[in-house]
Design a binder for this molecule. Structure first.
Ligand code: ADP
Length: 390
């Protein structure tokens, strides 16, 4: 009897044991599967975060460089690679190995010891000047230990170019203003010193003063025009303009000047109509015809002509049969204050801004300007107005 009960108890215990084991294994397997899926989800999330981080860094306008605590590159974004023209993988390299820029190594040393963000400018070696602003800062963890360094690069080249242009412009303007002003002052002083008592001399001097005052006036007008055009403050007043009639008005206005040089003025423009700003287009034609008379030969011919191109755009030209412009100067004549012959331009009362104004006005109409010239034969200035304006 006892033996039977003992065997029964044993059997019950064994059954219980196997029931528990089975249940536990199923639970363990389920747990393992859950851990596995959690790990995979975490891996996926981390991969997604890395991909997002890469997209974010690569979309930055600034170059970004992250270095580890051993000054090895951990991350370089797309802008950084473009700025320095590198295609190779940079991860694991030092800055000097990657860029051969020892200045940056010095900056890194300083960034590691100083607490604030450092600001530095570097000029990149190369054919054309390239300037970069670099901000460098040390990265520390919550415990205050240094983890690495972050460098942010901004391209300053365009800004530097604009600054140089502005400085040149201010220097040119001061020079252009000073020349007639010192002439005026000189003649006034001579008049006051006694020349005023000789009516003949006084009249000659006063005429020179008047000429230089007019030159100052023209220069200031041109400066105001160019400043308004360049700042985009000048709004075009668009309306249909008959180009033949416009050329007639301009040639009539400059008739006296042409007569002084025995220049023949010809209006060969067909009756083309453009949707433009009549006052501004008048200024374009007047500047070009005025130049053609000024720099053309005495007893020469100045022709205004044009046609409709195949794509519907209008091409207008002003042609003279003067001495022409040397090939190396052709691209530069549209620059502010550029003159092929400085003395000649000033003699003729030129401000050096006429063609720059022409270019700006034509560009404001979405058009283009160009110039063709053959030494000894003549010069033709073209401006094109797009089809959309017809
Ligand atoms: P400027 O006030 O000196 O005339 P512009 O900007 O109108 O200034 O012209 C720039 C320079 O281009 C002139 O100084 C002159 O040397 C040259 N130029 C312009 N038009 C002609 C032309 N038709 N023939 C020869 N040279 C010209």
């Amino acid at each position: 009897m006892w033996a039977f009960l003992f065997i029964l108890a044993l059997t019950a215990l064994a059954g219980l044991h196997f029931w528990w084991r089975g249940k536990f294994r199923a639970q363990a397997e389920q747990l393992a599967a859950e851990i596995d899926s959690f790990k995979r989800r975490q891996q996926q999330t981390s991969m997604d975060a890395q991909a997002q981080q890469k997209v974010l860094f690569d979309s930055m306008l600034e170059g970004l460089l992250l270095l580890d605590r051993n000054r090895k590159i951990y991350l370089a974004n797309r802008t950084f690679k473009n700025l320095f023209g590198v295609k190779a993988e940079l991860r694991g390299k030092t800055v000097v190995e990657a860029l051969r820029l020892h200045e940056l190594d010095e900056l890194l040393q300083r960034a590691e010891t100083e607490k604030q963000v450092l600001d530095y400018e570097i000029k990149l070696p190369g054919l054309t000047d390239r300037w970069l602003q670099v901000n460098a800062a040390s990265i520390t963890n919550a415990a205050g230990e240094r983890e690495g360094t972050i460098l942010v690069f901004h391209d300053l080249t365009r800004l530097k170019q604009l600054e140089r242009q502005r400085e040149e412009f201010v220097a040119n303007v001061s020079h252009e203003l000073r020349t007639p002003l010192s002439l005026i002052k000189g003649y006034v002083e001579t008049l006051l010193d006694g020349a005023k008592d000789n009516p003949e001399v006084a009249e000659r001097f006063l005429k020179t003063i008047e000429r230089n005052a007019n030159r100052l006036d023209l220069l200031i007008q041109d400066l105001l025009t160019i400043s308004a055009l360049e700042s985009g403050r000048m709004k075009l007043d668009l309306a249909p303009v008959n180009l033949h009639a416009l050329a007639d008005r301009v040639l009539t206005f400059l008739h006296g000047k042409a007569e002084n040089k025995n220049t023949t003025l010809v209006n060969a423009l067909p009756e083309l109509v453009v949707n433009g700003d009549v006052n501004r287009l008048d200024q374009v034609l007047a500047n070009l015809v005025d130049n053609a008379i000024k720099y053309g030969r005495a007893e020469g011919t100045v022709t205004v002509g044009g046609k409709k191109l195949d794509d519907g755009a209008l091409e207008i030209f002003v042609r003279d049969d003067g001495p022409g412009i040397p090939p190396e100067a052709l691209d530069r004549v549209f620059e502010r204050f550029y003159r092929v012959d400085k003395a000649r331009s000033r003699d003729q009362g030129g401000t050096g801004l006429g063609l720059a104004i022409v270019k700006h006005i034509v560009q404001a109409h979405d058009g283009e300007v160009r110039c063709e010239s053959e030494l000894g034969k003549g010069t033709t200035f073209y401006f094109m107005l797009p089809a959309g304006l017809n």
